[in-house]
Design a protein around this ligand. Structure first.
Ligand code: HMG
Length: 388
């Protein structure tokens, strides 16, 4: 395929809860979260941040590096949508002052939809040389307080510019697909928190690794030896370790030869943010590019994308020579070093704050945010503001 990821940017909120604090509050051994799940902190969105502000904040530095007038497609992937009808991308379109000659829509299938958006954007841009697509994956992962899913909560967004002359990753055509109607994780329209059959969801995730690899291997004729690194959807980082063992088994490869070295560099950011649903896979990819000491130019990266419900895809791409000059590594490092730790009580207070649904006017208190904030609601309309 003559298209792929030209630029990639990650954003998360300025507040986090240390999982030691959560472990104390829940009377659980902190090692269960640190060692058992591989998680250390979870990003928490203050009341004036949501998928729109996070998505726009991830995209802003990219718009400073391309001509925003060249953006003719905005695909916003999320499973924590803020409106049943209007695409969240339209709020971002306004915040970023993108051209009106642009196609904007929202894409949904749990955590998988970011991948659908990326591949649709790449197919579209392949025949539109000189034009750009903006793909945004943005989510807030929420489970009930005190539930097993709680320590895997998190939030964050990834924005990617996609075009026919990518500077970071050229996508390859072969892909392995698996779709199946299962109830492993879902969120009915009347709930803010997801429902999940946790152990079953992990089992279906692993079966989907096997099914998608079988299809990909058939399509491409490749083996694990053809890959330099693998990035996985990261609900928590230890899921990737289990997935890598499964992949080795499915590919008939020895887990000692193709083990953690293929995945370790992709896990650091997620262990500090928690699950970012649609953004998690690409957060992992950005982390790997930012932190790998080895120059990954010309190497093949495998991607496993999973969305509960369920939809999975295994696909691949080749890293472009010179990609390092186009990374936002320093910006990402600054995000992580400039966060405020929450006490348990502040976390619970923020968790319990809901957007009022009565149609009256509300102005939200200012918390620490990025370049955009969700300022309030008026007549059931969300109001977004650019800071500074
Ligand atoms: P749990 O059942 O409370 O935890 O929640 P557990 O008892 O299975 O323990 C977790 C691990 O910690 C185990 O390791 C324990 O042995 C270990 P494992 O057997 O898995 O290797 N452990 C300890 N280790 C060291 N010291 C200790 C200790 N105690 C225990 N003291 C569960 C785990 C994943 C079920 C829960 O967090 C959950 O429900 N999470 C949400 C669902 C989820 O993340 N599913 C993953 C696959 S589905 C997916 O990825 C899609 C998703 O992103 C959504 C979408 O697509 O839309 C979720």
């Amino acid at each position: 395929m003559k298209a792929g990821i030209d630029l990639i940017s990650f954003y998360t909120t300025k507040y986090y809860l240390d999982l030691k604090t959560l472990a104390e509050a829940r009377g659980v051994d902190a090692d269960k979260f640190h060692i058992g799940l591989g998680q250390h902190r979870m990003s928490v969105p203050p009341p004036d941040e949501d998928i729109v502000t996070m998505g726009a904040s991830a995209a802003l530095p990219l718009m400073e590096r391309i001509d925003p007038e060249s953006v003719e497609l905005v695909l916003f992937a999320t499973e924590s949508g803020v409106d049943q009808s209007k695409a969240a991308g339209l709020f971002v379109h306004e915040l970023l002052q993108l051209p009106s000659r642009c196609r904007v829509l929202e894409v949904k299938e749990a955590c998988y939809s970011g991948t659908a958006a990326l591949r649709f954007a790449a197919s579209e841009m392949e025949r539109r040389p000189g034009r750009n697509a903006l793909v945004i994956c943005s989510d807030v992962a929420r489970y009930d307080l005190g539930s097993p899913g709680e320590p895997t909560q998190g939030c964050g967004a990834v924005a990617m510019v996609v075009n026919s002359t990518p500077r970071i990753l050229e996508l390859e055509d072969a892909c392995g697909l698996h779709a199946e109607d299962v109830m492993d994780f879902w969120r009915p329209n009347y709930r803010d928190e997801a429902l999940v059959d946790g152990k079953y969801s992990a089992k279906v995730y692993l079966t989907t690794v096997a099914r998608t690899w079988e299809h990909y291997a058939e399509e491409s004729g490749r083996s694990l030896a053809d890959f330099s690194r693998i990035c996985y959807h990261l609900p928590f980082t230890n899921m990737a370790r289990k997935a890598q063992v499964q992949l080795c088994r499915s590919a008939g490869a020895n887990a000692r030869d193709y083990g953690n070295a293929m995945i370790d560099e992709s896990l650091g950011y997620n262990s500090q943010t928690g699950n970012c649903y649609t953004a998690s896979l690409y957060e992992g990819f950005a982390c790997m590019l930012d932190t790998a000491e080895e120059d990954l130019s010309e190497s093949r990266i495998g991607f496993f994308s999973y969305g509960s419900g369920c939809m999975g895809e295994f696909f691949s791409g080749i890293v472009k020579p010179g990609y390092r000059q186009h990374l936002l590594t320093d910006r990402h490092a600054a995000l992580f070093s400039d966060r405020t730790e929450l006490s348990y009580q502040s976390y619970e207070d923020i968790f319990n704050l809901k957007v009022p649904a009565d149609g009256w006017d509300y102005v939200f208190a200012e918390y620490r945010t990025g370049p955009f904030r969700f300022g309030g609601v008026s007549g059931h309309k969300r109001i977004y503001e650019k800071m500074g």
